[in-house]
Design a protein around this ligand. Structure first.
Ligand code: BTN
Length: 263
């Protein structure tokens, strides 16, 4: 599969912000780690995108790993400095899920979102987002939004990789390989549009887009957090994107971090 072509990507992105600087790497431990290392002491441009052809220590949520074989999928991190409060950082994850959904729609797929940030196709995971933050004193400094999207990985390779969930790729679903340069250009343009919408219209606008693709409302779930496991029903989101679950004790609980399994 073809390598990323920086000139082509620059020439086709219509962006104001996302992709203002593009760093393309052959192999890296994790694009999120690399992006964090860029913050160092020098000023770093908000909108910088780090893309890698492969990751040998790709990170997933909840201390999982992210299977990142060479030459097939998309692994990227975006550095943002949105000037928002720490509790509002989830919105960036939501923006990224919406951009992934919009890009997959352009490929004729029917993606759904599973809280907090998994994108699924035919009930199998095709993409995930991992957000890392850098604090400056007690203020939120930069935010690194890391996105992995399975594009051309084949089913036999997926099942031999360390994949926690049932996963899929565009290739597995569509039977045709995707041009990674084209996909990346579309994705960066969609991400920039969504970020721009958020800046202009606020987070309620993004939550509405996100909810229109969310597959969880009203579903019976088992919630797994670090401290507990319980059953309930998904009833919605609060205004910072945390999921609200009505439990068997008739209470509505806010889920800050964890996973849900539909039952
Ligand atoms: C998840 O567990 O669903 C989140 C997966 C996030 C993976 C991406 S790939 C690019 C970036 N670099 C990483 O190490 N992780 C994120």
């Amino acid at each position: 599969m073809s390598k990323y072509n920086k000139d082509l990507i620059y020439s086709k992105i219509t962006n104001h912000h996302i992709g203002s600087k593009l760093i393309i790497l052959d192999e890296v431990d994790s694009t999120n780690k690399y992006a964090l290392s860029l913050l160092g002491n020098k000023p770093c441009v908000s909108g910088t995108v780090v893309v890698a052809d492969s990751q040998y220590a790709g990170k997933g949520r909840l201390d999982r790993s992210w299977y990142s074989p060479k030459g097939v999928n998309l692994y990227l991190s975006v550095i943002l400095m949105p000037g928002i409060k720490t509790e509002e950082v989830n919105i960036l994850t939501f923006i990224s899920s919406v951009a992934t959904v919009n890009t997959l729609l352009e490929y004729g797929m029917s993606p759904e979102i599973k809280w907090p940030n998994d994108v699924l196709v035919n009930a199998k995971k095709i993409s995930g987002v991992l957000t890392d933050i850098n604090m400056e004193g007690n203020r939120l400094g930069h935010v690194i939004v890391g996105i992995g999207i399975n594009l051309n990985v084949a089913i036999d390779s997926l099942s031999s990789g360390q994949v926690d969930n049932i996963a899929t790729s565009v290739y597995i679903e569509q039977g045709e390989k995707v041009n990674r340069n084209e996909f990346l250009i579309k994705f960066l343009n969609n991400l920039d549009d969504c970020y721009d919408c958020y800046i202009k219209h606020g987070k309620a606008f993004i939550y509405k887009l996100w909810e229109s693709r969310w597959n969880g409302r009203g579903k019976a779930v088992c919630v797994n957090t670090q401290d507990e496991q319980f059953a309930g029903r998904c009833v919605g989101l609060d205004n910072n994107g945390f999921m609200l679950v009505h439990n068997e004790k008739d209470e509505t609980v806010r889920i800050v971090s964890g996973d849900v399994v539909y039952i």
